[in-house]
Design a binder for this molecule. Structure first.
Ligand code: HEC
Length: 149
């Protein structure tokens, strides 16, 4: 018993917490955004400075969650480059999985630092409930205002 308890203490918190693993979910994002999140200029935007800025603002957090839930259809300007591509809605991810993948991007990919406020499933749920039949084009139009431009 004691050995088991010690083992449990040594396991990373993510392995103990029930729920989806953001790094695993991110493998599907990496197909386009690349494994490091650097993206492909002109085709797939990087998940870096823009993500970091958006994650600190209420409108930005809503935009990030809706991008995953509803997809995006540009034009979209990220780090000074315009993207006119389409990101499909990431179907099959529940609110907890969306929160987990955004937290993985926030902490490991975009490296937002200790100030990063984790997304919760409840937060994502709220954005989803308020989004109704929004399309990817509608979500892309939120980008500039969400960033305060
Ligand atoms: C099939 C390719 C593809 C996949 C898979 C994909 N994306 Fe995207 N993503 C895009 C494209 C393309 C854009 C830019 C859309 C445009 O050009 O209008 C984008 C944009 C984004 C943006 C907006 C960036 C910004 O700074 O405004 C975020 C955030 C994002 N993706 C996150 C994700 C996450 C998280 C996943 C996985 C759950 C994911 N994407 C999966 C193609 C993809």
């Amino acid at each position: 018993m004691r050995a088991l308890a010690i083992l449990a203490l040594l396991m990373p918190a993510t392995a103990l917490a029930a729920g989806p693993d953001g790094a695993t979910v991110f493998t599907r994002c990496a197909a386009c955004h690349t494994r490091t999140g650097a993206g492909v200029p002109g085709a797939y935007p990087p998940l870096g400075a823009d993500f970091r800025a958006l994650a600190t603002k209420p409108g930005g957090r809503r935009y990030l969650a809706l991008a995953v839930l509803k997809g995006l259809s540009g034009p979209l300007t990220v780090e000074g480059k315009t993207y006119r591509n389409v990101m499909p809605a990431q179907g099959g991810l529940d609110e907890a999985a969306v929160a987990a993948v955004l937290n993985h991007v926030g902490t490991t990919i975009a490296r937002t630092g200790p100030a990063f406020k984790p997304f919760t499933a409840a937060e994502v749920s709220g954005y989803k409930a308020g989004a109704g039949s929004m399309t990817g084009a509608d979500v892309a139009r939120l980008h500039d205002a969400a960033e305060g431009k």
